[in-house]
Design a protein around this ligand. Structure first.
Ligand code: SF4
Ligand SMILES: [Zn+2]
Length: 547
């Protein structure tokens, strides 16, 4: 097994003399500075100086570009920002092609009513339900009048302007409840995003997809968000027609009493049924969970969070923890005014976050903690924007750690082949045996992983074509990837990790008696799986386990 350093360029810089930046509570200011710099890249002429000057007036010390990069890396380590090589590229004078990886392009759907009546959910007439116009991302979408083509094309152009290849794109479609939009709109929306990636307009969605299979900028993941009570077999088949690979669903609570009090309009049983179907259909399952709802206490929240893992019908793959935020344009505000709702104090939220993070299984990724709403919108309750960071520090002081995937990802460190071990964890769900295969170092830093499902064989599969098939639900390898096409010549050896994981999944499935294995492939990963002897078969790609 030979594996290249996955992040060599960063590593070199890491060893250069670093002048640490004292963050001392200035995380939000720094984050805004970084976002503005990235939005305005390339930073030609005196653009950097002009932006920096404004932020110095706003309370930051003058920082060099390399100090901004250092500060950014610290913010990522503290869970305040998500690591993306794009930021490094935007700030460095000489962009390096090898720094590219999968680029996330976030697009918002047009404002549209949601069938939900959740009392905590803000209504902003300028935005799709649950979004605020001053949220990061929302502003960009509004600038483009929510046009999917314009949103996608603008992001690609911004990336390519700074020399950052956008050849592997995960498309994240946000906005209320995707399933409540008319299907015609959904189809048009996805097609227009693909048209922007392809650089030519397809006649139909199917044509745009075909063009994307070998396109310069490939769609390697497609994420939508919906409500559990919209998830049924027909909807999931439709998701596959669109090319969806990951579904975000709001769970919020696993207590029927609390769900009813907050008028979620669904029950825990709906949630369990949705997660079960999503898993059997091979989707990556990303859930939102919300402490501090009406009727909850810090103690009940910690118990509620435990249900996510103790209930075999749940056990999702990814998670956002969004403590309920009291916003003036949500119905909950009236409850608060009547004295019927009390937001937790920062201390109470911190206790909940620490207790939750310490009980997360190692196969889960916590993508965010605390929603990215400017705290100026919050009427009462959370006052600090950097609660994530304080929670991390508190855990470190108490000798606790979060073992979720995000906290263990190898980002800028060199990976040496001899250091990596293939580890296999397994856990049961109500309908499958799940395997989490990961390449890890002894310190549990993770270089790549694969999610494999073995559906229980005695049960009838709701998707008859998948009966008795093993299923690869996700393959993820960290570090910058070379452009599509080059890895076929064996140049990106770290991509060999993905190949080894897929091979191992096939072997394990063969030994367990599954002769066929399916993969939920995005349009732009079809060629990759074809090289691993998978063929398109209906809505999935399927291969033999014994080859
Ligand atoms: S389902 Fe989601 S978007 Fe709709 S009202 Fe409830 S929280 Fe808001
Ligand atoms: Zn974590």
């Amino acid at each position: 097994m030979s594996i290249l350093p996955v992040d060599q360029v960063d590593e070199e810089r890491w060893h250069q003399k670093r002048r640490p930046v004292a963050l001392d509570g200035r995380e939000t200011l720094l984050r805004r500075l970084i976002e503005e710099l990235v939005d305005n890249a390339p930073l030609k002429g005196d653009k950097y100086q002009r932006i920096m000057r404004r932020h110095v007036q706003g309370g930051l010390p003058w920082l060099s570009k390399s100090q901004v990069i250092t500060a950014y890396e610290e913010l990522c380590d503290l869970d305040v920002m998500e690591y993306s090589a794009e930021v490094i590229t935007a700030l460095q004078k000489k962009p390096t092609r090898s720094q590219a990886g999968v680029t996330v392009v976030t697009v918002l759907t047009k404002p549209y009513p949601c069938p939900g009546k959740c009392i905590f959910c803000p209504t902003d007439v300028r935005m799709p339900k649950s979004y605020l116009h001053d949220e990061p991302g929302a502003m960009r979408a509004e600038r483009h009048a929510f046009d999917p083509y314009a949103q996608t094309a603008a992001r690609i152009a911004a990336l390519e302007n700074i020399g950052h290849p956008a050849d592997k794109i995960e498309l994240l479609i946000l906005g209320g409840t995707w399933s409540s939009y008319p299907r015609k709109y959904q189809e048009w929306f996805v097609k227009r995003c693909l048209d922007a990636m392809n650089g030519v307009d397809g006649e139909t969605l199917a044509e745009a997809q075909t063009l994307n299979v070998r396109g310069q900028r490939r769609n390697v993941g497609l994420v939508v968000e919906t409500r559990p009570d919209h998830v049924d077999e027909d909807e999931l088949r439709w998701f596959r027609v669109l090319g969806v690979t990951k579904v975000q669903i709001g769970i919020q609570s696993l207590d029927d009493h609390i769900l009813a009090l907050n008028r979620r309009g669904e029950t825990v049983q709906d949630v369990r049924a949705a997660v079960r179907l999503l898993r059997l259909a091979g989707f990556k399952i990303h859930v939102h969970w919300m402490p501090n709802l009406l009727g909850a206490t810090p103690e009940s929240d910690v118990t509620d969070f435990g249900r996510l893992w103790s209930d075999p019908a749940l056990r999702p793959d990814e998670l956002k923890i969004y403590p309920c935020m009291l916003l003036p344009n949500a119905e909950l505000y009236e409850y608060w005014q009547r004295g019927e709702y009390k937001p937790y104090s920062d201390e109470e939220i911190l206790d909940v976050l620490v207790a939750c993070k310490t009980q997360v299984p190692r196969y889960v990724r916590i993508n965010r903690i605390i929603r990215d709403i400017p705290t100026t919108n919050v009427v009462a309750g959370i006052t600090k924007a950097n609660l994530r960071q304080i929670a991390q520090q508190r855990m470190a002081q108490q000798g606790l750690s979060c073992r979720c995937i995000r906290c263990r990802e190898i980002r800028r460190q060199t990976v040496r082949p001899a250091e990596l071990r293939l580890r296999v964890d397994s856990y049961e769900t109500d309908t499958t045996t799940e395997y989490f295969l990961s390449f890890e170092r002894d310190d549990e830093r993770i270089a790549g992983f694969l999610r494999l499902s073995h559906p229980h064989r005695d049960a009838e599969h709701p998707f008859s074509e998948l009966q008795d098939h093993a299923m690869v639900r996700e393959v993820h390898v960290y570090g910058p990837a070379v452009p599509i096409g080059e890895d076929s010549q064996g140049e990106a050896q770290h991509l060999g990790l993905g190949a080894q994981l897929v091979q191992k999944a096939k072997e394990m499935s063969h030994e367990a008696g599954y002769s066929r294995i399916a993969v939920i492939s995005a349009i732009g990963t079809r060629e990759y799986y074809a090289r691993h002897r998978f063929e398109v078969d209906g809505l999935y790609m399927v291969g033999e386990t014994g080859d």
